[in-house]
Design a protein around this ligand. Structure first.
Ligand code: ATP
Length: 275
């Protein structure tokens, strides 16, 4: 993505977002509340009017309609998960099958998330938040997608479920590159290889995630997280090949898990600014 611009309701929301998704693993899209992360994701998917350049699979897609983008292989797990509460797990998955995309890859989905097979007949509305997130991400894996976008998959989840969702994403990223919007920096440290930070609708930083999270000045400036917290967060990396954090390190679901600050500590709240 180069110089993505989005205007909504006459307001310039994005003024030039540059972003590259790594060809494998997790790329984190970071930024304080209101920085433009969801709008960027919606820009990729053609869900908002946009200009600039978005190349996917070597082709320019900035004028491509959403349904055509989805057919080209982008799976989207939206912030609200988009799970149909009154349908069963199996029905939710079946609705995501895409005609023309070949045989739906249920073996992959069930291998990654055996729980979805076991709960096939359960109404999705009775699942836990973490299980619903499995449905949302499982759907993106059915159709041989080439990119998965997950928008704040841990938002609003009970702390103990965050680790479960981290495992879900870790496993999904073994199969398909993931663009992850996330505020929990311990989770980012654990999952992401590279990251992009937005500030006020622009790209403020791009680079390796571990490098950013080890740089106390940068994390404070870009994400409003102090050095001690950032260092604790950096300790939350898993041991190699493990879905669990290193022994003795804070976990993404621990109280020590660091979250991006809603706005710069030294700036007034929006209503104060308006006043
Ligand atoms: N449809 C819209 N019309 C007008 N303004 C909008 C619209 N959608 C989003 N915005 C504004 O655009 C800005 C960026 O919003 P966006 O949801 O992309 O940020 P975000 O980084 O995802 O924030 P959060 O972390 O809170 O989800 C915010 O100020 C928001 O109020």
């Amino acid at each position: 993505m180069r110089d993505l611009r989005v205007v909504l309701g006459g307001r310039h929301i994005l003024h030039g977002v540059d972003l590259d998704v790594a060809p494998a693993g997790v790329t984190a899209l970071l930024g304080r509340n209101g920085a433009g992360k969801t709008t960027t994701v919606r820009g990729v998917l053609g869900l908002v009017p946009r200009s600039g350049s978005v190349r996917f699979g070597g082709e320019e897609t900035v004028r491509t309609a959403t349904h055509a983008l989805v057919r080209r292989g982008i799976g989207y797990a939206p912030e609200d998960r988009g799970v149909f509460a009154g349908l069963t797990v199996a029905e939710n998955l079946r609705l995501a099958e895409r005609p023309g995309a070949g045989t739906p890859d249920y073996p992959l989905v069930h291998e990654l998330f055996p729980e979805l097979k076991a709960r096939a007949r359960q109404l999705a509305g009775t699942l836990s938040g973490g299980q619903q997130q499995m449905v949302a991400i499982g759907r993106t894996l059915l159709n041989g997608n080439r990119l998965i976008i997950a928008d704040e998959p841990t938002k609003g989840l009970a702390p103990r479920v965050v680790t479960e969702v981290a495992q879900v994403l870790e496993r999904a990223a073994e199969a398909v590159p993931v663009l992850l919007v996330e505020q929990n920096l311990a989770l980012v440290r654990r999952l992401a290889t590279s990251c992009v930070v937005l500030a006020d609708g622009r790209t403020a930083h791009r680079g390796p995630a571990a490098e950013l999270l080890a740089d106390a000045d940068a994390t404070r400036r870009l994400l409003g997280v102090g050095s001690a917290e950032a260092l604790r967060t950096a300790g939350a990396a898993p041991t190699a090949g493990s879905a669990r954090p290193a022994a003795g390190s804070p976990r993404p679901d621990s109280p020590e898990g660091t979250t991006v600050s809603p706005r710069p500590a030294d700036s007034p709240a929006p209503e104060e600014a308006d006043a």
